[in-house]
Ligand binder design. Structure first.
Ligand code: URQ
Ligand code: ZN
Ligand code: ZN
Length: 487
């Protein structure tokens, strides 16, 4: 079968390092040349990128396709979700295999791999540590050694479900350090949430407006700081997902300014939506925004933008976890039972371009860094992903900075009956998206193929099983190294 070639000509290439006029030649699934005035091989498809940018496809490090959660299953599956992502210029997701407490991590990983087979674009899986036993340590090692997993998620919230306590954090962090894997965290103090939820409900406040009251910024700030300090003592890098408020951002910034290896992610929606959404008298409309951490008062959005601009927040994501109105109504009369999650995988890049680049907050190069390249580097898939250079996967988006659309559930490709950005006009949209060299979006139509997406292995940073290779050492010994016996 002949190998498909595509020449993207006349565009301005934007990488995390900068922008320059160049053509991009893709042969098969890879980029083979980047430079001015490239010649198209015979039979190549030519895409005119005149007046547009050519960027690495977006990478979303935080999604939950078809997640079983809170008594239901997220309505977006791996095929529809990665197709919607492609329509918005995102060509890779990192989703989560989340074992129930007591369930084998490997078993959960294999289950999610099965579900993800239908993906249209490439994907990888963080694995959650939701309980602890010697078998969990062994499975973490196996997942790193044999399955290309280099990140383990820890939910400090969701008491009685997937929440892990400090003992589990310490055990898992210690194991991750030995493996050279990255620990990621949902940082909210689940004990405090539980107590506040009960107090609010017992006071008779049962609607969605009770949700943010039960998870104030202090609850996130405490957990963020605790996780960061535990990591500091044990000498492991950490990655905070969905950093939503000043309290957590301050914990991250303090640690980073001390030279600690702490990474942090912000969701596109937490940058542009505030907590007024919970005061909508329409129950469904307010419940649609129930996610954790919740949307915050306006001052937090301003601080998060500054954190992104200052480099204290390195990545953007969506936490795409869709529940339609009938599912959200499982919490009618008790906000604690409203399935937590919102969509957004299709709109992340346009929202960040419109509110980030067009306002001058971000340069196009910084936009590429926070939507693609930084994630590729942190999760160790760069330059295969998140790069425009020969040998990289041909995951690309031809970005039209002048194309305007109005975001709506009536027109989006996401499998959910609500869009958190409903009615938002955004300028800056994907004109063409290529997934490993195949055009999957042409600005108007999706042409994704069920199952064409591939699982992306993510090697660890310090192979444990290759005896004494150099490890990820901090400059000076950590507190735990100061007390451990030498050698
Ligand atoms: O907490 C998460 O990240 C998952 C369960 C999605 N739901 C949410 O509210 N963020
Ligand atoms: Zn979370
Ligand atoms: Zn999540």
């Amino acid at each position: 079968m002949s190998v498909m070639s595509t020449l993207i000509r006349g565009g301005t290439v934007v990488t995390a390092e900068g922008e320059f006029r160049a053509d991009v030649l893709c042969v098969g699934e890879s980029i083979t040349a980047v430079g001015p005035d490239l010649q198209a091989p015979t039979g190549a498809r030519t895409i005119d990128a005149g007046g547009a940018y050519v960027m690495p496809g977006g990478i979303d490090p935080h999604t939950h396709m078809e997640l079983p959660f809170m008594g239901t299953v997220a309505s977006e599956d791996f095929f529809t979700g990665t197709s919607a992502a492609a329509a918005g210029g995102t060509t890779m997701i990192i989703d989560f295999a989340i074992p129930d407490p007591g369930e084998s991590l490997l078993g959960a990983y294999r289950k999610w791999r099965g579900w993800a087979e239908k993906a249209a674009c490439d994907y990888s899986l963080h694995v959650a540590v939701t309980w602890w036993a010697d078998s969990v340590r062994e499975e973490m090692r196996t997942l790193c050694r044999d399955h290309g997993v280099n990140s383990f998620k820890h939910f400090m919230a969701y008491k009685g479900a997937i929440m892990c306590d400090d003992e589990t954090l310490v055990n898992s962090f210690t194991t991750a350090r030995e493996l050279g894997a990255l620990c990621t965290l949902h940082a909210e103090n689940g004990e405090l949430v539980y107590v506040l939820q009960k107090a609010i409900f017992d006071k008779g406040l049962t609607g969605p407006e009770g949700h943010p009251l039960s998870r104030p910024p202090e609850v996130e700030g405490e957990a963020a700081n605790r996780a960061i300090r535990i990591a500091e003592v044990l000498g492991v890098p950490v990655y905070l997902v969905h950093t939503s408020c000043i309290d957590a951002l301050e914990a991250v910034s303090r640690a980073r300014l001390e030279g600690q290896r702490v990474f942090a992610e912000v969701l596109a929606q937490h940058l542009v939506i505030d907590d007024s959404v919970y005061r909508n008298p329409d129950w469904d409309a307010a419940a649609a925004y129930v996610m954790s951490p919740p949307f915050r008062p306006k001052e937090h959005q301003a601080a998060l933008w500054k954190g992104l601009q200052a480099g204290m927040l390195q990545t953007t994501a969506t936490d795409h976890c869709c529940f339609c109105a009938p599912q959200k109504r499982m919490g009618l009369g008790d906000f604690r039972k409203i399935p937590n999650g919102t969509g957004g995988v299709e709109d992340r890049l346009s929202v960040l371009w419109h509110h980030g680049v067009r306002t001058g907050r971000l340069t196009p190069a910084e936009f590429v860094a926070v939507t693609s390249t930084n994630t590729a580097k942190i999760f160790n898939v760069f330059p295969r992903k998140g790069a425009i250079m020969p040998g990289a996967d041909a995951d690309l988006v031809v970005w039209d900075p002048n194309k305007t659309r109005t975001i709506s559930a009536k027109t989006h490709h996401q499998n959910i009956d609500f869009n958190i950005y409903e009615g938002m006009e955004v300028t800056g949209n994907a004109a063409v998206t290529l997934s490993r060299g195949m055009v999957v979006w042409d600005g108007d139509q999706l042409s994704t193929e069920r199952g064409r997406g591939k699982y992306v292995d993510r090697p660890c940073w310090a192979p444990y099983w290759d005896s004494q290779k150099t490890r990820n050492r901090l400059a000076e010994p950590t507190p735990v190294e100061r007390v451990l016996p030498k050698g």
